[in-house]
Design a protein around this ligand. Structure first.
Ligand SMILES: [Zn+2]
Length: 320
């Protein structure tokens, strides 16, 4: 069997453009400014860059990169496609360092590309979870260190009298970032970075994402108590070691966290708080488009590619 990465769109720039165009423009080249499809033609000639079209209605040239996460970057399209594929194919994620070595781009560029691809993976779907009485597992976990604690640690470390001492004072759960995740057993995963695990933070997220008829399973935390009145709600009592009987378990969301944590530990050690939501989007994406739902690596990469449109990131262009 031939390696997937030997396919032409991963090596040939023209084929790469054709591939992306066929995904993003199913009805043919479309002007991103005015939406024109009829009076549009591909620019030819030796001096023309690959993939340039001209709209004869608004008289502007454009490429398929306009309005996508690929816009404003000088990275070749076939390199982008390799990166998208690699990120979709690795279960626990792939570090910028690995992308840098594999793709032969600078570390800065690899970092920039992986964040843009994560942005493409962010689905933003608000379709209710647990429709038709499906089961949705909800849980929280703690990851990394908050920016505030990092700053305090750095300050603590810089004081001469503290040299060699551990910063025991800044340990514990309250110094970590809190992640809330909803997993529809038959569908998607959605994760949110919350400030504190309080009712005021958590309940609005649940109400916005759950279908009225969803069956919700949480742990015994009092934060979820109000759900009793609004949903079919069951909880697993971890404190009393009453691990799930029958279908009352939170094993699915715990399994999700175990992959997420192994990935974050091994691959993304230095994830800063402000980017956490993008890493979460990446893990949600791979979970929501998992093999059990019939998606393979190629399908996943295609789905990610569909998400490249209409998402703009404000990044310093000097890194590209
Ligand atoms: Zn136009």
């Amino acid at each position: 069997m031939m390696s997937i990465l030997s396919r032409p769109e991963f090596h040939n720039e023209e084929k790469a453009y054709e591939y992306v165009e066929s995904r993003l423009w199913p009805h043919g080249a479309t002007c991103p400014k005015c939406g024109e499809r009829e009076r549009v033609s591909k620019m030819g000639g030796k001096s023309t860059r690959i993939g340039v079209y001209k709209c004869y209605k608004c008289r502007k040239p454009f490429t398929v990169k306009v309005g996508t996460v690929f816009e404003g970057s000088n990275v070749k399209m076939h390199i982008w496609l390799q990166a998208v594929y690699l990120m979709c194919a690795s279960k626990k994620g792939i570090s910028s360092n690995q992308l840098h070595r594999t793709l032969g781009v600078t570390l800065k560029t690899a970092w920039f590309m992986s964040h843009r691809i994560r942005e493409a993976m962010r689905n933003g779907s608000m379709a209710p979870m647990g429709g038709g009485g499906g089961i949705v597992e909800v849980d929280e976990t703690y990851v990394g260190t908050t920016d505030k604690t990092r700053a305090r640690r750095a300050k603590h470390k810089s004081l001469k009298k503290n040299i060699g001492k551990k910063f025991r004072v800044f340990g514990g759960a309250s110094h970590k970032n809190i992640v809330l995740t909803l997993v529809d057993r038959n569908g998607d995963a959605r994760s949110f970075h919350v400030d504190k695990a309080t009712k005021a933070n958590i309940l609005p997220i649940l109400r916005a994402n759950l279908a009225a008829e969803a069956r919700v399973i949480t742990d015994e935390s009092g934060v979820y108590k109000d759900l009793d009145a609004e949903y079919m709600h069951a909880f697993v009592n971890h404190g009393r070691r009453e691990y799930g009987r029958g279908e009352i378990t939170t094993n699915t969301v715990e399994g999700f966290y175990s992959i997420f944590k192994r990935g974050m530990k091994g691959v993304y050690q230095h994830c800063s708080e402000k980017h956490l939501h993008r890493y979460l989007a990446e893990y949600d994406f791979r979970y929501s488009n998992r093999a059990a739902k019939g998606a393979n690596d190629v399908v996943r990469a295609d789905i990610a590619l569909m998400g490249v449109c209409g998402k703009r990131l404000k990044y310093d262009r000097s890194v590209v």
